[in-house]
Ligand binder design. Structure first.
Ligand SMILES: Nc1nc2c(c(=O)[nH]1)N[C@H]1C(S)=C(S)[C@@H](COP(=O)(O)O)O[C@H]1N2
Ligand SMILES: [Mo]
Length: 198
């Protein structure tokens, strides 16, 4: 599959490809608040609700048959490592927002996951072609430790803004903080401004 190069995101934020205080790693460490949650591919469902015209419920095969693409992206962890040029395959956030018919009242998005993790972003930070619901990395199925069967990637933010094992999004009319944002991590999470803690 053709791969779109989205590794120029740093230019939008007026910084270097490697954000300040980060070091590049070839490895891909795993960071999870608990272990890998369990899920059954037969009953797995992705839900969209909140400020939308159409609530959505999609099975794994329905989700994967949505229009999708492969993008080369950088991944920045707030603990100080960056993995450059990851090839993620998935569905762009705007594709989901269009299908659900997001209303003008929507301000923010809450992502929910199988392990009870949550994270949120303003709607404008989600309506980007580089925010993906991804199921493959570097041409292989995303491993369970890295969030398979489906995770979010947010190359313009520290990686805690990307929920692994994501199973739902809620469009909110008022912004709410997610799991780490309530526990001292920055709600804005801009790597080029080193928004690590709040
Ligand atoms: N569901 C879920 N998503 C999550 C987390 C988590 O604990 N649970 N950890 C976050 C954090 S803090 C980081 S840095 C990245 C790590 O992704 P990785 O384990 O694939 O490196 O996932 C984010 N998404
Ligand atoms: Mo993290």
């Amino acid at each position: 599959m053709e791969c779109t190069d989205m590794t120029e995101v740093h230019k939008e934020f007026g910084g270097d490809r490697l954000p300040p205080g980060q070091r590049e790693t070839e490895a891909f460490p795993v960071l999870s608040k608990d272990g890998v949650p369990s899920w059954d591919p037969e009953t797995w469902q992705f839900h969209v609700d909140g400020a939308v015209k159409r609530e959505l419920s999609l099975s794994l095969s329905e989700f994967r048959s949505l229009p999708h693409e492969t993008q080369r992206q950088d991944f920045h962890c707030v603990t100080g490592w960056s993995r450059l040029g990851c090839e993620f395959t998935g569905v762009k956030f705007p594709t989901i927002a269009e299908r659900a018919g997001v209303t003008d009242a929507a301000e923010s998005v809450m992502f929910t996951a199988l392990d009870g993790y949550t994270t949120s972003l303003p709607l404008s930070d989600c309506l980007r072609d580089d925010v993906l619901f991804a199921w493959a990395l570097d041409g292989s199925e995303l491993s369970e430790e890295h969030g398979g069967p489906l995770r979010v990637v947010t190359p313009h933010k520290y990686a805690y803004k990307g929920a692994k094992w994501v199973t739902g999004i809620e469009f909110l009319t008022d912004h709410e903080r997610g799991y780490w944002e309530k526990r001292g991590y920055s709600d804005t999470a801009n790597p080029w401004q080193e928004n690590r803690y709040s």
